[in-house]
Design a protein around this ligand. Structure first.
Ligand SMILES: C[S@@+](CC[C@H](N)C(=O)[O-])C[C@H]1O[C@@H](n2cnc3c(N)ncnc32)[C@H](O)[C@@H]1O
Length: 367
């Protein structure tokens, strides 16, 4: 392992508190106030560690904006509606969305922009990107305005910490990280799993085999439930895109990306992006329990195609140079093609209980 300041901090933490759950490790590695990944790094783009859909094509944010405008109209075009983004990164999606919002009469003037962002460094980047916009930042949902709301999030839930259960010798145990004094590095171990964690597994889970892993994102479930409560109470809808699986399943999806390559999740913590696939079933079950209608999953390719991605690209191409047209078309293909981001990435939506249709989705699901 490459030693670094965050490793020294983790070593001290393990000495003081004992083994770390995967969630605690992820939280420290991503958001430690001095040495965390999101606090210190510029992760986005070709020079960074990964690239996200809004950084690939402006069309992504524009189509999400048109989805929001359609929901605003469906809600009776209220005079004020909050547009809330969770985990806005560089602010690119929001900038593209606000530009596109101007083409829908009345919509731009009706929305108040709110960003929920944990990283102070990314907040200042968002402040630069959205310099001409009145924006309010929030640490959590508790301070969000009591208004009908359009809530969006792209690659937000995959950054939230997961816990991992592992099936060993006929029982579920919790995977954890301990300090190995011989190699002076963190290593994997497992410990007794609390009943409260095991009870969060789906009732109809398949019979496990030795070594099977089940991941639980408690923060994701709580956040989805709280967003759903907000929407059920104040009206509106939420749209979330991320990579993950539509049905809860066994598997180890905890991963680290550095400079666009997969690396060991325990190597040089704080210098690689750590994520896990989103269990959309579990998120929607939390939203349903809070009283919302739930839609999806649909693949990102299906969703963007249903919103008219090709037509939007060709419209932009009419005013673009041949070179720009090539880029517009190839980046849109990257978003929708099954071999690129079209299938692994998925969209889900939630809405106030009386809503029975949303653009880009089939009928609501029963969960
Ligand atoms: C993978 S980035 C996605 C950025 C952006 N949505 C995009 O598509 O380019 C994850 C974002 O979520 C933020 N984030 C991570 N954990 C968070 C938390 N607990 N609360 C709020 N924001 C969080 C990160 O700082 C970052 O802005």
């Amino acid at each position: 392992m490459t030693a670094n300041p965050l490793s020294a901090h983790l070593k001290a933490l393990i000495a003081a508190d004992g083994p770390l759950t995967v969630a605690r490790y992820m939280r420290e590695a991503l958001l430690h106030p001095e040495h965390g990944y999101y606090t210190t790094r510029e992760p986005f783009g070709t020079a960074g560690d990964f690239i996200t859909a809004p950084e690939i094509s402006q069309v992504f944010g524009e189509l999400i904006s048109l989805w929001c405008a359609a929901v605003w109209q469906q809600s009776g075009s209220p005079e004020r509606m909050a547009l809330i983004e969770f985990g806005p990164g560089r602010g690119t999606l929001m900038a593209d969305a606000l530009r596109a919002a101007r083409i829908v009469p009345g919509f731009s003037g009706a929305i108040d922009v709110h960003l929920v962002e944990a990283s102070p460094r990314l907040r200042s980047l968002q402040r630069e990107t959205l310099a001409d916009t009145g924006v309010t930042w929030h640490d959590s949902l508790e301070t969000l305005p009591r208004l009908p709301s359009l809530v969006i999030g792209n690659e937000f839930f995959d950054a939230l910490p997961i816990r991992q259960l592992i099936y060993r010798g006929g029982a579920w145990r919790e995977r954890c990280i301990v300090w190995d004094d011989h190699s002076d590095a963190p290593r994997w171990s497992d410990m007794a799993a609390p009943d409260t964690l095991i009870r969060q597994m789906p009732e109809r889970a398949a019979v496990p085999a030795e070594g099977d892993i089940f991941e639980i994102c408690e923060d994701g479930r709580l956040t989805a439930g709280a967003i759903a409560q907000h929407i059920a109470l104040h009206g509106g809808a939420g749209l979330f895109l991320d990579y993950g699986h539509g049905k809860s399943a066994y598997g180890d999806t905890f991963q680290a990306l550095r400079r666009h390559r997969y690396v060991d999740v325990l190597d040089a913590p704080g210098t690689a992006d750590l994520t896990a696939h989103v269990d959309f079933d579990a998120l929607l079950a939390s939203a349903a329990a809070s009283g919302c209608s739930c839609f999806g999953t649909v693949t990102q390719g299906q969703f963007l195609s249903a919103l008219g991605v090709e037509a939007r690209v060709e419209r932009l191409a009419q005013e673009a140079s041949p070179r720009q047209t090539m880029t517009l078309r190839s980046s849109a293909r990257r978003l929708i093609e099954p071999t690129e981001m079209g299938t692994l990435f998925k969209a889900v939506a939630i809405a106030a209980p009386e809503v029975d249709a949303l653009p880009g989705f089939g009928p609501p699901r029963s969960l």
